[in-house]
Design a protein. Structure first.
Length: 510
C-alpha cells in the first residue's frame, strides 16, 4: 500500500521557521531599542543634573564675586536652600584647589579631605560638566566657572541619576521580556491561523495523491474549497493552481478513457469488418466454385447457360465488393485528391437517367435549381468519385424500397454549400440503425444469409458515400421516418477543396 506523502513535518517546519524568524526580529529590535532608550533616558537625566550643577556653580560664582580677594572663602555655602550633597570649591590662578567643602543634610558644610580634594584635581573652570568619583561621597557631576579671576567649582551627586537609570533598565528589561512573550504568543496564533488554508490545501493535495485514477472511480477528484483559492494570498494561489492541476488530471484521465474506448470500438469494428468482408467474399467464391464443379462433372441437370450467368453474377458481385473495399482502404490511406470543376446538376441528372433505365418499378424524379444553367452548381472535386457517391445513394433507395416507391434527387445551391438530396417515400430506416447507417457493413438484416446475389447489399454503399464526401471537405447526413427518408450531401463551392486533404484521386482507382 502506498504511504501518503508526509506534509505535516514540512508545515510544522515552516511554522517553526516563521516563529523563529519573527522572534529573532523582535529580539533584535528589543536589543537595539532597549540600549537606545536607556542611553536617551540617561542623557536626559544628565542634562537635567548638569543644568542644576550649572545653576549651583553660577550661584556660587555670584556669591564669590562679592569677595574676589578671598580665594579660600566658601561662606556662600552657609545658609539654607542649597541642594543636599552640594560640593563647592575655590581655585587659585594656577587651578589649584584652595578650599573645598560639601553640604550635609542636617549639618553645615564639611571640609573635604586631601583624598577627596585630589579627586577634583585637574578640573578646568570652563563650564564643561565632568564626572568624578569622590572617595566617601560617591560619584559627582562637577563643573567650574571663571569670572574676572574668581574661579569656583560646583558639583552634585549622581546617586539619583544612577538609581533612576538602574530602575529604568530593570523595568525596561522586564517589560521587554513580557512584550516578547506576548508578541511571540500572538505571532504563534496569527501564523497558525494564516497557515490553516495551506493546511487544507495540503490535505486536499494528499487526497488527490491517494485517489485512484482508474476508469472505475465513481466520483471526481477532491477540490480545494473556493474560499481557499482567492488570488489575494499565496495559499489561495496554490489552491487555485492545485484545482487547475486536478482539472487537467481529470481531463487527461477522461481523454485517456475515451481513447481506450475508441480503440476498443475500433478493434471491434475491425474484427467485424474482417469477418464480414471474409464472409462476403467467401459466398460468391463458394457459389462460383460450386457451379464450376457441377459443369466439370457434366452429369448434373444444370443448364450451362444458367450456370455461366450465375458465375458471371457472382463474379460481378465479388468484383464490386473488392472494388469497394479497395476504395475505402485507399481513402483511409490518404493521397492528394485529383480535382476539377464538376457540374453537380449534370452529374445528378445523368445518375437519375441511368437509375430510371435500370429500374422501371420505381418512379425516379429530378429536381434542379432554376439557376442550374449559370454555373451555380459547380464544385471542385473528383468527378468519378462524386458520380459513384450519387449512384450509391440511388442504388440504396432501389435496394431498400418496395416497387412503386417515388425517389427524388435534388440539387440546391446556397452561399456556403452545394447540396444533393435523395429522398424517397419508402418504409424508412429502422431507428436503431440511423446512428450507424454510414458505418461499414451496416445492414438492415444483421444476419449474413443471402437469398441471392441481388438480395440486399454488402453494407458498403453508404460507407463509400460518406468517405467520398468527407474527402471533398463535405458531410453526409440522413433523416428517416416511415414514409420519408432523406439523405443529404453537403459540398463546399467551387475552389474551396481543402488543400491539406490527403485522399486518393478516385479517378485513378478504376
Amino acid at each position: 500500500m502506498t504511504t501518503p506523502p508526509s506534509t505535516g513535518p514540512r508545515l510544522r517546519a515552516l511554522r517553526t521557521r516563521l516563529l523563529v524568524l519573527i522572534g529573532a526580529v523582535l529580539v533584535a529590535v528589543c536589543a537595539v531599542m532597549a540600549p537606545v532608550a536607556f542611553l536617551v533616558q540617561r542623557a536626559l537625566l544628565l542634562d537635567d543634573l548638569d543644568g542644576r550643577v550649572m545653576d549651583a556653580a553660577e550661584h556660587g560664582l555670584a556669591e564669590a564675586s562679592l569677595r574676589p580677594d578671598g580665594d579660600r572663602d566658601l561662606t556662600f555655602l552657609d545658609g539654607n536652600g542649597h541642594p543636599a550633597g552640594l560640593l563647592a570649591a575655590r581655585l587659585d590662578a594656577r587651578g589649584t584647589l584652595t578650599a573645598a567643602a560639601v553640604t550635609g543634610p542636617d549639618a553645615g558644610p564639611r571640609t573635604l579631605t586631601d583624598g577627596q580634594r585630589a579627586a577634583l584635581h585637574g578640573i578646568a573652570p570652563d563650564g564643561t560638566p565632568r564626572t568624578r568619583t569622590v572617595p566617601g561621597l560617591g560619584t559627582y557631576r562637577v563643573t567650574g566657572l571663571d569670572a574676572s579671576g574668581v574661579r569656583v567649582l560646583a558639583g552634585l551627586p549622581m546617586d539619583d541619576v544612577q538609581d533612576l537609570t538602574g530602575r529604568l533598565a530593570v523595568a525596561g528589561a522586564a517589560l521587554g521580556a513580557a512584550g516578547l512573550a506576548v508578541a511571540g504568543c500572538a505571532c504563534a496564533v496569527v501564523v497558525r491561523r494564516q497557515l490553516r488554508p495551506l493546511d487544507r490545501v495540503a490535505a486536499t493535495a494528499a487526497e488527490v495523491a491517494l485517489a485512484p485514477l482508474g476508469p472505475d472511480r465513481p466520483a471526481g477528484l477532491p477540490r480545494v474549497p473556493e474560499a481557499d483559492t482567492g488570488p489575494g494570498s499565496e495559499a489561495g494561489q496554490v489552491g487555485a493552481a492545485l484545482n487547475r492541476l486536478t482539472d487537467h488530471v481529470e481531463s487527461s484521465r477522461a481523454a485517456r478513457h475515451r481513447d481506450e474506448e475508441r480503440v476498443h470500438r475500433s478493434e471491434e469494428r475491425m474484427r467485424r469488418f474482417l469477418a464480414d468482408a471474409g464472409h462476403e467474399l467467401r459466398t460468391p467464391l463458394a457459389s462460383i466454385a460450386g457451379y464450376a464443379e457441377l459443369m466439370n462433372r457434366g452429369t448434373a441437370p444444370v443448364d450451362p447457360a444458367l450456370a455461366w450467368r450465375r458465375v458471371s453474377a457472382e463474379s460481378a458481385r465479388m468484383t464490386g465488393l473488392v472494388e469497394d473495399l479497395l476504395l475505402l482502404a485507399r481513402l483511409d490511406e490518404g493521397r492528394p485528391l485529383r480535382s476539377a470543376e464538376v457540374d453537380l446538376a449534370a452529374l445528378v441528372a445523368e445518375a437519375v437517367w441511368e437509375a430510371r433505365a435500370a429500374d422501371r418499378d420505381r418512379t425516379w424524379r429530378l429536381a434542379l435549381p432554376v439557376t442550374a444553367l449559370d454555373a451555380s452548381t459547380l464544385v471542385t472535386g473528383d468527378e468519378p468519385g462524386l458520380r459513384k457517391a450519387v449512384a450509391n445513394l440511388l442504388a440504396n433507395a432501389r435496394l431498400h424500397t418496395p416497387p412503386g416507391t417515388t425517389v427524388v434527387a435534388e440539387v440546391e445551391d446556397t452561399a456556403e454549400r452545394r447540396v444533393i438530396r435523395v429522398r424517397d417515400d419508402g418504409p424508412g430506416i429502422p431507428e436503431h440503425l440511423l446512428a450507424t447507417v454510414f458505418d461499414r457493413f451496416t445492414r438492415a438484416d444483421a444476419s449474413r444469409s443471402r437469398s441471392g446475389p441481388g438480395a440486399g447489399g454488402s453494407g458498403l454503399g453508404l460507407a463509400v458515400v460518406e468517405a467520398i464526401v468527407h474527402a471533398h471537405g463535405g458531410r453526409a447526413r440522413v433523416r428517416s421516418v416511415p414514409g420519408h427518408t432523406e439523405f443529404t450531401v453537403e459540398l463546399p463551392p467551387r475552389g474551396e477543396l481543402p488543400s491539406d486533404n490527403q485522399v486518393l484521386g478516385l479517378s485513378e482507382q478504376r
